[in-house]
Design a protein around this ligand. Sequence first.
Ligand code: XIL
Length: 345
Amino acid sequence: SGLAGLFAPDFAVGTALSNTTLLGQNPSLESLVAREFSAITAENAMKWEEIHPTADSWDWQRADYFVEYGQRTGMYTIGHTLVWHSQMPEWVFIDQDGKPRPKAVVQKAMEEHIAAVAGRYRGRIQAWDVVNEAVTDDGKWRESHWYNTFGEDYFSRAFHLAREVDPKAELLYNDYNMTIPAKRDFALAQIQKFRKQGMPIEGVGMQAHVHLSEPEIAKLEASIEAIAAAGLEVHITELEVDVLPKAYDYMGAEISTNFEYSDELNPFRDGLPQKVADQLAARYESLFNLFLKHKDKIRRVSLWGTTDAESWKNDWPVVGRTNYPLIFDREGRPKEAYYSVAGLK
Ligand code: XIL
């Protein structure tokens, strides 16, 4: 039903569940999600620091709730994420004396983590973001603790292990700024190299944290085509349209070196002007038009949250802004952007 029902013949339409939605804290949002979407990702609940905060403690509460919700509502349920540099507890890389832990120890921690998490939810997760954000915008391996400790092998090991632990889940690589050719081409070349050596992977998630006019549709299209040409499924992930002035430029360089709140960076705190609401609706319409054009390549389109109230873009990269990046308003009512997307069908 809902929006996802309209697009069911084309691709799944998903959203992310925030921690404040899980554990029964927001029943009305739960029903809204069940009505409108066919796929879910946990915004934070499955990240390492949440689930595995110290070497011998696990906190499964939110992740369990998320997976059970997915089963109960028949969702395509995505696990996010097994191996990432961010939202990582320090113990994985640094010992009690503050010294870097040796390669074998870090590798074992990664293997045990994947076995525990993917193993717990085996058969109930349809796709895993196995590795997240491993490549820099200029097309190199990100020098994360993972990479610095055991080199590029961590990437393929994570995929091999995920497949062993949950053979039926689709395995994905997920990253942002995949419209930057150097970044995308490097990521795809590495994936192809590892695949030739037997690494399992089904698709690439293109995080779509976009703005009103950037990146251009043509750039997004070139990336969808490049991923598909490499023989991989395209997953549009983490979609939202930031309507606020940028505190950083698209290539990641800082425009404002000062990430502190200023009224200038929060122009719509009293409400979104009609003109911008129209721009937002038009942007969503052209994005979904593009996705429909390439529906043979696209498995899923997932928004990064349901209502404007819960979007991380209110607080990132500047805390305390009033953003309007999603398709439901702060009260959970469909916005003009929702109707422009629905109107395509
Ligand atoms: C973000 C969440 O939305 C925030 O709540 C959290 O504080 C930081 O992480 N790329 C990803 C996501 O893969 O996991 C990130 O999610 C956004 C960028």
